[in-house]
Design a protein around this ligand. Structure first.
Ligand SMILES: *Cc1c(COP(=O)(O)O)cnc(C)c1O
Length: 430
């Protein structure tokens, strides 16, 4: 069968885009071996954990009301605890997003008069109002008299250890925040090795601070998670990596008994904690999504490397470089203008399985300082483990591409992007 005819005639992909993408895939194919090997390793760990906890149909039973004794819920906590190699864990659909679990963690660990110290520079955009970084908005930590300080990453994008030593002298510092992923910025993502070294330094200096790691987008991209370090709490969203594309909502936290105990009081209320919370829709997709997660993350990583390779070849700056070590699934591409940026995101949306007929435009999204354009044609609304692209409309004009339930989908989407961008005169394929 001549597949090419189908792509060119039915899928309306320019023959040169098809060629260009196939060639790029050939160039990077050897990098896929390591990714597959790691997925195999994580798959094995997950299978082992499921077997040990005797996962069965009864864990998928719907619960209602208070949800006392919900085995599906409580066993999922144990599965995450084992998989993340820590003392305790909480996995809840009642957390509406990653921001929610990070926010709950901060409110759980900090008290009036305390200081929060970020050692990975400016935190993710949606946390600005939680902390009250730019404005002391009602309900923010700022309003609760919690102070905030941050240490910038070094010009090389590393954690500034010398500055940590200096800042930690301040006895009011109670929580140190580390963000693993680049998020919406072109800084490097932090590796587990760097995170471990910094936490060891913090532990040497102070035993009375909590270390909180924002692990969003990082899960299963490396051999270990930040929970294998001396972090107190590692948190992330379930509509990103660990939900495997199936989890419909929710977030998780993994950490020490003490930190999880404090967080459980914030999750519901003191005294009730983790023992209530029902879920009538069944936990099946959380288990099944976790089971798929290593594979899904591998698909997303391959798509990210392919995209990085292609846009590097087309003369754009890409972060990380396609050949770099990765600690998250994000591929950032710097465009020359807002028009190119918008064209890219609109083309990604047109290659989406859900609402592919919709044309996205920049809008004032809650929690963000600038207008944002989003290509998010996902089955689970806003799920960024599914192929999606986000771009704040500001200089430098950077699009953040992430996810992809299948590598095939990412590849198709990029072929579509190249076709559109060539037609609109932004690129010249040879
Ligand atoms: C996604 C993300 C968050 C949380 O975002 P939500 O959209 O609220 O889930 C926080 N930090 C980082 C680095 C992220 O990537």
């Amino acid at each position: 069968m001549n597949y090419q005819n189908y792509y060119v005639n039915d899928a309306v992909i320019h023959p040169k885009a098809l060629q260009f993408v196939n060639k790029a895939q050939d160039d990077i194919i050897s990098m896929f071996l390591k990714i597959d090997e790691r997925a195999q390793y994580h798959q094995s760990r997950i299978l082992n954990t499921f077997t040990r906890h005797r996962i069965s149909q009864r864990h998928f039973a719907a619960t209602s009301g208070y949800g006392y004794g919900d085995d599906g819920r409580d066993t999922l906590d144990l599965v995450f605890k084992d998989l993340f190699g820590c003392e305790d864990a909480l996995v809840r659909p009642q957390w509406v997003s990653g921001t929610h679990v990070i926010s709950d963690s901060l409110y759980a660990l900090l008290r009036p008069g305390d200081t929060l110290l970020s050692i990975s520079g400016e935190p993710y955009d949606t946390l600005h109002d939680v902390i009250g970084i730019k404005k002391c908005v009602p309900g923010s930590l700022c309003e609760w008299q919690v102070d905030y300080k941050q240490i910038e990453l070094t010009p090389e994008g590393c954690i500034n250890q010398a500055e940590i030593e200096k800042q930690l002298i301040d006895p009011t510092i109670k929580v140190v925040l580390i963000q693993r992923s680049r998020g919406y910025s072109i800084r490097r993502s932090l590796t587990i090795k760097e995170i471990r070294e910094s936490i060891e330094l913090i532990r040497k200096l102070r035993n009375d601070v909590f270390v909180l790691v924002d692990n969003c987008y990082g899960e299963f991209t490396e051999d270990q998670e930040p929970s294998s370090t001396k972090a107190d709490l590692v948190v992330g969203s379930l509509i990103k990596n660990p939900g495997g594309g199936l989890a419909p909502t929710g977030a998780y936290a993994a950490g020490t008994k003490k930190a999880i105990q404090l967080l459980s009081s914030r999750l519901t209320s003191p005294g009730i904690g983790r023992e209530v919370g029902s879920y009538p829709s069944s936990y099946q997709y959380f288990y099944q999504g976790l089971f798929l997660a290593p594979h899904t993350v591998a698909q997303a990583l391959k798509g990210a490397i392919l995209t990085g390779r292609i846009f590097d070849q087309l003369g754009y700056r890409v972060f990380p470089h396609w050949s770099d070590h990765r600690s998250d699934i994000i591929q950032a591409i710097e465009f020359h203008s807002s028009e190119e940026l918008i064209s890219f995101c609109q083309a990604i949306q047109s290659a989406s399985p859900v609402e592919g007929y919709v044309v996205p435009y920049p809008w004032d999204m809650p929690g963000y300082d600038h207008q944002v354009i989003m290509a998010a044609g996902a089955f689970v609304q806003g799920a960024s483990i599914e192929l999606s692209a986000d771009a704040p409309i500001k200089k430098p004009y950077v699009a953040y591409l992430q996810g992809g339930l299948t590598f095939e989908h990412v590849k198709l989407a990029i072929m579509k992007v190249l076709t559109v961008m060539q037609k609109e005169g932004y690129i010249q394929l040879i």
